[in-house]
Ligand binder design. Structure first.
Ligand code: UT7
Length: 323
């Protein structure tokens, strides 16, 4: 028998306020047409003043717990993937732990920007396979609205706020790719590219800073590296694009999503797309898309899912799992 980390539940939370592209036309030299055609984004949710990343993470966590039929004390660990935690410390994960009333186990954050959820999922899988945890709650939660330069039209129209959560439980499989659960993971980073996507502030500058991006450069790396990491993750378990039921990509730009799907040889009707409604929610985008994809009736038990992301660092990776 082989130990597998199997999806037990999924859920998400989006802030109430929806900002359509047309709202930016008032304050910036931009248009709904430009944003739609260059990125695929039509609207995004923005957190209320004072609403924090941990607040959204907790709501997504409760939704995932309800979906799994579990209580907080059934969990052994919480991992929050975020670059926009409420405070420099403590971690958002310990804030979620306290709010859920969970007094045992352990909680920590993972910071790999837009690839954060892939890194967190991979680490949760490793915790389960090594016997260090039985049930792990993994959350991607971000308030990128707080690190936007609202006068920079090349970035502020692209991002949104939100949170998604997924629970992995320990199960036994046969050791084949027919097993439910995480089948393979592939993580990469290359710090030589740190200057093409970064925040120009932080503890060392005693400012929060704003997101800065060379969009064209990031775009160029994205399609190539996402297709490569997804292919590598599939090859690790002897699978190809033809075996995939759903690609659940990081939702940054519809042109990146479509370009990657094409390289993988997959038609767009096998890709979960939420970028039009959420914009780029960084580490939250994949768990949001998994939750919405399940809600829409796209992702079903037993489906082979490939999920991939790239972001600041650059950091990127992919996870293959059977839902
Ligand atoms: O999640 C982390 C990963 N991030 C990403 O994956 C983002 C990757 N990059 C992208 O998605 C795209 O590069 C963008 C959507 C950011 C930009 O699309 P693009 O086709 O690469 O456009 P561009 O940067 O080449 O800009 C084209 C023009 C420029 O004007 P000039 O220099 O050609 O006169 C920009 O100044 O569009 C201009 N522009 C805008 N125009 C209207 C930039 N932003 C805007 C805007 N509205 N909001």
């Amino acid at each position: 028998m082989t130990v597998r980390a199997v999806v037990a539940g999924v859920g998400h939370y989006l802030p109430d306020r929806i900002v359509p592209n047309s709202e930016f036309e008032v304050s910036l030299d931009t248009s709904d047409e430009w944003i739609r055609s260059r990125s695929g984004i039509e609207r995004r949710h923005i957190a209320a003043p004072g609403q924090t990343t941990s607040d959204m993470a907790i709501r997504a966590a409760r939704a995932a717990l309800a979906d799994a039929g579990l209580e907080p004390d059934d969990l052994d660990a919480i991992i929050v993937a975020t670059s926009t935690a409420d405070f420099t410390f403590p971690s958002a994960a310990t804030m979620v732990q306290a709010e859920l009333g969970m007094t045992k186990g352990f909680a920590f954050d993972v910071q790999a920007v837009c690839a954060g959820f892939i890194y967190a999922l991979s680490n949760a899988n490793a915790l389960i396979l090594s016997g260090q945890a039985r049930r792990v709650l993994i959350i991607g939660a971000e308030t990128f609205s707080k690190i936007m330069d609202w006068t920079d039209r090349s970035t502020c129209v692209l991002f949104g706020d939100g949170a998604g959560a997924l629970i992995l439980d320990t199960a036994e499989g046969d050791g084949t790719t027919s097993d439910r659960g995480v089948l393979s993971t592939d993580l990469n980073s290359d710090g030589r590219y740190r200057d093409i996507l970064y925040v120009d502030g932080g503890v060392s500058t005693q400012t929060t800073g704003f997101l800065r991006m060379e969009g064209k450069e990031v775009f160029r790396h994205a399609v190539e590296k996402l297709a490569a990491t997804a292919t590598t993750a599939l090859e690790k378990v002897g699978l190809t694009g033809a075996d995939v039921d759903w690609v659940v990509p990081h939702q940054a730009n519809i042109r990146i999503i479509a370009g990657t799907a094409k390289k993988l040889g997959l038609p767009m009707d096998r890709v979960v797309v939420t970028v039009q409604d959420h914009g780029n929610t960084s580490a939250a985008s994949i768990p949001l898309a998994l939750s919405v994809g399940k809600e829409r009736g796209q992702i079903k038990r037993g489906d082979l899912v490939v999920t991939e992301a790239i972001g600041g660092g650059l950091a990127w990776g992919a996870v293959v799992l059977r839902w």
